[in-house]
Design a protein around this ligand. Structure first.
Ligand code: SF4
Length: 236
């Protein structure tokens, strides 16, 4: 069922210590249309796929293939497909937009300035995300407050005005690094090999590097930019 202007979305108010399954249940009950999980194949997303497999297997999983992902990320996608018989809904950028971008500005235009970087993220991520979310009542993310200065104000369930007023459900918002890794270990989950190579955050290959000791977990994303710019437009 697609959301119409007549349907009023009520954002559930949850206790600050609400657990991930409670957040998921409240979000799924409140959504006025189908809900999907956005998967970047980070350990957080793998944890969420495992939880959803147990408590809400009807939730579909979608992923954005920007054309610049690491091989290791595709390996996790295949491991998940086999383990859970998971049909991942892949979304690609519009072919003509990528062709135009690369013909006019080359393959690394995003390094030149913030406008160029936003342009590349818009073409490869934001536009496909819009198609992935069309007709949805909500989406689930693996965002956590501890990940970034841009994410400290995250709520368990938000109204995502930037994407047309659907619900954005963040079941892991209060999870620590330790909780995430303990869960992955306990359930023998397939984990992106990049994490073990110093990548706490998984993104496009040319825009993500391993972090050094003592650096913030998202320091390796667009490392040439200021911390307050370190979002790609997917989470506004
Ligand atoms: S993360 Fe980098 S390569 Fe990926 S879409 Fe954004 S600018 Fe382009």
């Amino acid at each position: 069922m697609s959301k119409t202007s007549q349907q009023i979305v009520t954002v559930p108010q949850l206790a600050s210590d609400a657990g991930s399954e409670q957040i998921l249940a409240a979000g799924l009950a409140a959504a006025t249309g189908p809900v999907s999980l956005a998967c970047s194949f980070s350990v957080e997303d793998v944890v969420l796929i495992d939880i959803l497999h147990k408590v809400a297997p009807e939730v579909r999983v979608f992923a954005l293939d920007t054309g610049r992902l690491n091989e290791e990320t595709y390996e996790v996608a295949e491991a998940l497909r086999e383990r859970y018989a998971l049909a991942i809904d892949w979304y690609f950028p519009e072919r003509q937009a990528v062709e135009q971008l690369e013909r006019e500005k080359g393959l690394f235009s995003f390094r030149a300035n913030l406008d160029n970087r936003h342009e590349c993220c818009r073409v490869r991520k934001v536009e496909p995300l819009g198609r992935a979310l069309a007709g949805k009542g909500g989406w689930i993310t693996g965002l956590r407050r501890a990940q970034s200065v841009t994410r400290t104000g995250l709520a368990a369930i938000e109204l995502d005005q930037a994407n047309g007023g659907l619900l954005k459900i963040n079941p892991l918002l209060n999870w620590s690094d330790e909780q995430i890794w303990d869960y992955a270990k306990e359930h023998c989950l397939p984990v992106n090999r990049l994490h073990r190579q110093g990548y706490p955050s998984i993104g496009c290959a040319p825009c993500t590097r391993p972090i050094r000791e003592g650096e913030h977990p998202r320091a390796g994303r667009w490392w040439w930019e200021n911390p307050e710019n370190k979002e790609c437009g997917l989470h506004r």
